[in-house]
Design a protein around this ligand. Sequence first.
Ligand code: SAM
Ligand code: SF4
Length: 335
Amino acid sequence: MPAPLIKPLLIDRFGRTVDYVRISITDRCDFRCVYCMSEEMTFLPREQILSLEEIFLLAQCFTELGVGKIRITGGEPLIRRGALELLHNIGHLPLLDELVMTTNGSQLSNCAEQLKLAQVSRLNISLDTLKADKFKQLTRTGDLAVVLKGIESAIKTGFKRIKLNAVILKNRNDNEVVDLVNFALNSGIDISFIEEMPLGVISSHDRAEAYYSSDEIKADLDAYFKLEKIQETTAGPSDYYRVSGTDTKVGFISPHSHNFCSTCNRVRLTVEGRLLLCLGNEHSIDLKSVMRNSENNTDLIKQAIIESMMIKPEKHEFNLKEQPLIMRHMSSTGG
Ligand code: SAM
Ligand code: SF4
């Protein structure tokens, strides 16, 4: 009888197992969301970013180190040429349990079916407002109708789960939290509310003034819905509730008000090939150099990933009132 396959594990100094990697496949985007980017952005030149082949090789190395879940993100992942083929290749890695993706929804109506075939099982789609003019203000370049059509296509295609992500800003879209949950309910999908994080310098608003806490959102929702707490077994940062009598889950991602670092199970790969050990810190290793200097020696790449566990920080410290300590925007971080 063959010996059972024992997956090696990535474990950090604090005993946390890393089995989830978020991979940003582009820093570019067709939107310029006010909390994510400044109006004028400089994007990375082509030679500085990982090729699709390099991204695939790194994804393969991670799965061979026990990573079972990969999220493809960006920037807007679906605007990178070749993204669908890359997703298909990663989705068919033999040791991968789950391929998921975060998207702004702008391209979904054209490719939802192909994503399903690529083995993408779950989608997170960003949607902060249901008002067309507000959508334009918040995304600067986006068109709500296109995104709603994309969400409809994704629902028709039948993914295992679809979740909306909504970043809530005080006096901008905080009055829409009930409508957004109703939209999720009517569509038979989930929704998570995210507190804005101070990543990168932005020009549109003062992040401290725009802060609207998860507790405030929850209180707004409690007036309309019966939310029942779900004891999730996953190590994610969301605090989940179910809208009573429905399948719809409402999550709260609260980097400020409820620190979730003690159960962190993830790392992020930027499109420059930097492996970020924490969303709110700069601790990282340069996997692109390891790869390019060793002619893609996978033993050396895997060794570097294993060693990086020793510098994964214990927790993040965000302070909205000070200039951001983290100068990279969420779009280059891989949110
Ligand atoms: N473009 C895709 C999208 O918007 O879904 C994927 C990348 S985007 C950076 C991933 C998620 O990060 C989105 O749900 C977005 O709302 C969120 N995000 C961006 N900037 C943020 C910030 N400063 N604080 C909190 N969430 C942010
Ligand atoms: Fe683009 Fe997503 Fe950032 Fe919006 S949140 S600018 S859609 S990367």
